[in-house]
Design a protein around this ligand. Structure first.
Ligand code: BG6
Length: 467
């Protein structure tokens, strides 16, 4: 396998899924602090003790130990997010919280100590709760100004420490999870399409604005968007199914199209017309949208099928989008279908569509791990299933590179065990590093290297030759 010399190998986390310290050093509440069961149950009004994210894996206090472990694997990059509510506790505050800013100074310095380049998501499912309650999240145009204040603050503070920025995590997931993704408090079943697409418009404008400001303030920075990728295959060769796939792709990937082309594509204008959606646009919006991204980043976990046949539209398990199950593919314990070739397919599709560098910023297997004796007096996890998942996917990334696709890097999801987004449990583990914490709150929080730790180290050291 030939990976580019500068390939950015690494791993990814999000602040809300690992930091914990949910109310320390002036941090305000975020929507995650009231989502004790992820998207499985409605959110609560206040944080409750059963919410695993309140402590997370205590990364807020243990990050030096964790970054050291990532460095031992040879990480070139580490993707994390800044918790917006650490910097602007209520979201609409006029002044930032200095203590919050200091934490990320320390974290990014720690990464640089080992030559690890931070890759930072500005908003990863952790909108300040106040913005959800008081403004209904991104439905309200005022969020653009609050987000602008926040990004200006962190760009000014970290411009010499962070080169790679992502504006919104899985921006297209707002279609499926308006509260988690867009801080929209109106229940999903009461949210009109008009309001949903208006919220999306506000996010797209905010994202383009962040790109514009980022380029002005940090000429050497690279700013990317981040989409949830979901290769969608026709359930049958019936042309009706193929058109159903095309329409599903349009709704899913118009987010990327706007970020890359700087304008709404024709098919969305048709969709808006047919669905009686009239976007309220300010006169500067069209111009702001023209600030296009430097690269496209995406998550990839699974593929799905689509059909026009209403009797076969049975939604299977899966990530935030889910979809119709593919009879040819196995699935994880959580029902996410495993499709290594899907990553090659999606890389080629995005490259053909956008002709901009691509960055895989999430991929991995959520599984139940068993901590066992390592035979040398310590403990480990023999996670051969994770190694083979990652190996199979990376082989396909290599194929895509051979196909001529420009790939900047690859960060596995949850490189250290963390709290899951969809189910808010720790039982579903992704990491190379095991964290001793159970869903009942027990555990020492000690870290243990899994078998995959040594495997990934070798892959990075050989720049992919060991695959
Ligand atoms: C992505 C999110 O959707 O998938 C992550 O960006 C999330 O935040 C990851 O953790 C895996 O999903 P889950 O539900 O298994 O944590």
């Amino acid at each position: 396998m030939t990976f580019p010399k500068e390939f950015l190998w690494g791993g990814a986390v999000a602040a809300n899924q690992c930091e914990g310290a949910y109310n320390e050093d002036g941090k305000g509440l975020s929507i995650q602090d009231v989502m004790p069961h992820g998207i499985k149950t409605p959110h609560t009004d206040m944080p409750t003790e059963d919410n695993m994210k309140l402590i997370g894996i205590d990364f807020y206090h243990r990050y030096p130990e964790d970054i050291k472990l990532l460095a031992q694997m040879g990480f070139k990059t580490f993707r994390t997010s800044i918790a917006w509510s650490r910097i602007f506790p209520q979201g609409d505050d006029l002044e930032p919280n200095e203590k919050g800013l200091e934490f990320y100074d320390r974290l990014f310095d720690e990464c640089h100590k080992y030559g690890i380049e931070p890759l930072v998501t500005l908003s990863h499912y952790e909108t300040p709760l106040n913005l959800a309650k008081k403004y209904d999240g991104w439905v309200n145009r005022e969020l653009i100004a609050f987000y602008e204040r926040y990004v200006r603050t962190v760009f000014a503070r970290y411009k010499d420490k962070v080169k790679y920025w992502l504006t919104f995590n899985e921006i297209n997931s707002v279609l499926h999870e308006p509260f988690m993704s867009g801080g929209i408090d109106t229940p999903k079943d009461q949210l009109s399409k008009q309001d949903l697409y208006q919220a999306i418009h506000h996010e797209l404008v905010a994202s383009a604005l962040a790109t514009k400001i980022g380029h002005e303030m940090m000429p050497n920075a690279k700013i990317g968007c981040m989409v949830l990728s979901m290769p969608t295959y026709p359930l049958t060769p019936n042309p009706d199914d193929v058109i159903a796939v095309m329409k599903a792709d349009h709704l899913n990937y118009f987010f990327g199209d706007v970020h890359v082309r700087g304008a709404y594509p024709g098919y969305m204008k048709r969709y808006f017309k047919e669905n009686h959606i009239e976007l309220k646009m300010e006169k500067e919006d069209e111009q702001i949208l023209q600030n296009t991204v430097d690269f496209i980043s995406f998550s990839y976990y699974m593929s799905v099928c689509e059909t026009a046949d209403a009797t076969k539209k049975i939604k299977g398990e899966g990530n935030l989008m889910g979809g119709i199950a593919n009879p040819y593919l196995p699935a994880s314990d959580w029902g996410w279908q495993i499709d290594p070739q899907g990553i090659r397919y999606v890389l080629n599709m995005f490259w053909d569509r956008w002709q901009k560098p691509l960055f895989i910023v999430e991929n991995g297997l959520g599984a139940v791990d068993e901590l066992v004796d390592d035979g040398q007096g310590g403990k480990t996890v023999k996670d051969d299933y994770r190694i083979s998942y990652l190996n199979d996917h990376l082989v396909q990334v290599g194929e895509a590179i051979e196909d001529g696709v420009s790939v900047m890097g690859y960060t596995t999801w949850g490189c250290i065990d963390l709290v899951s987004a969809s189910t808010a449990e720790l039982k579903k583990r992704y990491g190379f590093i095991y964290v001793d914490r159970e869903d009942d709150g027990t555990g020492t929080l000690a870290r243990y290297k899994k078998k995959s730790f040594g495997w990934y180290k070798e892959i990075i050291a050989s720049n992919g030759d060991g695959l």
